[in-house]
Design a protein around this ligand. Structure first.
Ligand SMILES: O=C(O)CCC(=O)C(=O)O
Ligand SMILES: [Fe+2]
Length: 375
């Protein structure tokens, strides 16, 4: 019997190596990896694994899409992956000019109280309240090509929204909840509806801020209590290599680019797949550090009741200084079943939930360290 256990252990180890090796391959600095095997959905169906997917084009009116800064749903290009039901990749469906709104919110608005960020553990609220004010002049100079010491905003690693994820206990709790931003709620609702999840409710958000040397370890997001609802992921700024694995940590993974504006939906049988971000891919020196979809252009005024507003030139200069060497990813999750409550919660708060599985939302040590300490 010990032999069997040993054999199983070595198989797991061997398998784990496959995803970990791929992770290390794409993370490597010198020599840098080639990206030949990385799927680029913006190039269409070029890889045998890539499939076109139809969305429910009539489920979201063109007006509702426009109010969330999105093209009409029938213009979106959505893809799936062979053997990965429930995985949906939408290449940048944002209207020109509207990604700027989300970048600005992620840098200027969402890091503010009552939301929680990694810097809260290290400094008084009076200082974290003012990340933007304290960083804006430095970032503006950066945008003009000047070398600058790291601004406070560049030390931001994560922000949580709604039910604030507790990285230590790997749980959400009714005691740690603040209102979810309404503009992001609207965006997520439109995307979820187009993907066939009209009852999706944005209850928790995790924003991850990456620089050119950042990565996110292999993990699965299983702390939410309702896995029948999708996980939505929005990316802005520099591109990333994203690895999508299987239901077990040792399953092989597929590499794909996530570019600015791309949206990923992990639903159904793909909701609990392992995944990781081994690398941020900087624009080549010959290119503008800002992707074309983030270059300033004159936009028609957004509709009256739009969730997205115009970004002032002043504010955009700061954002551009930041995003020329960074990536922001926003994930939106539904935590509870419709009408559900936290187990053990009698309405009085407290009573954190432990998610299934002993591993919870497993992150590698590196990532864990960066949660509270790495700055
Ligand atoms: O940055 C990404 O694309 C992935 C983020 C992620 O997996 C998470 O926040 O759970
Ligand atoms: Fe994740």
């Amino acid at each position: 019997q010990t032999r069997m256990i040993k054999m199983a252990a070595s198989m797991v180890e061997h398998g784990e190596d496959a995803f970990r090796k791929l992770f290390k391959f794409y993370k490597r600095r010198s020599p840098p990896p080639d990206f030949i095997d990385v799927i680029d959905f913006t190039k269409g169906v070029t890889n045998g694994k890539v499939l076109r997917t139809e969305l429910s084009a009539t489920s979201v009116s063109d007006t509702a899409a426009r109010c969330a800064g999105l093209h009409p749903v029938h213009h979106w290009k959505a893809f799936g992956l062979e053997g990965h039901p429930g995985f949906i990749f939408i290449t940048n469906p944002f209207l020109p000019g509207s990604q700027q709104h989300w970048v600005k919110q992620c840098l200027k608005v969402y890091p503010q109280k009552p939301n929680i960020c990694n810097l809260d553990m290290h400094m008084p609220t009076s200082e974290t309240q003012n990340l933007w004010e304290q960083s804006k002049d430095q970032l503006r100079r950066k945008r003009a090509g000047k070398r600058e010491p790291k601004s406070l905003l560049e030390k931001l690693r994560w922000v949580t929204l709604g039910y604030h994820y507790n990285w230590d206990t790997k749980t959400y709790s009714p005691a740690h909840h603040t209102p979810f931003p309404s503009d992001l709620h609207t965006l997520a609702a439109r995307v979820a509806t187009a993907c066939g999840f009209p009852s999706f409710s944005s209850e928790a958000g995790i924003l991850n801020y990456y620089h050119l040397d950042s990565s996110l370890g292999i993990h699965v997001d299983e702390s939410e209590l309702d896995h029948s609802q999708p996980l939505l992921s929005f990316s802005f700024g520099q591109s990333a290599v994203f690895l999508l694995g299987g239901m077990r940590r040792e399953d092989p993974a597929t590499a794909m680019f996530m570019h600015s504006g791309d949206i990923m939906v992990m639903s159904g049988p793909s909701r609990l797949r392992y995944h990781a971000v081994p690398r941020i891919v900087a624009a080549s020196p010959a290119e503008d550090p800002l992707p074309p979809c983030l270059l300033p252009r004159l936009q028609p005024d957004p509709p009256e009741d739009s969730a997205v507003g115009p970004v002032s030139r002043e504010d955009w200069e700061v954002c551009a200084g930041y995003i020329r060497s960074s990536r922001v990813n926003v994930t939106v999750r539904q935590v509870l079943e419709a009408g559900g409550v936290f187990p053990g919660d009698r309405g009085g708060g407290g009573g954190a939930v432990t998610s299934g599985g002993a591993s919870g939302r497993e992150r590698d040590l590196k990532r864990k360290k960066s949660h509270y300490g790495d700055f």
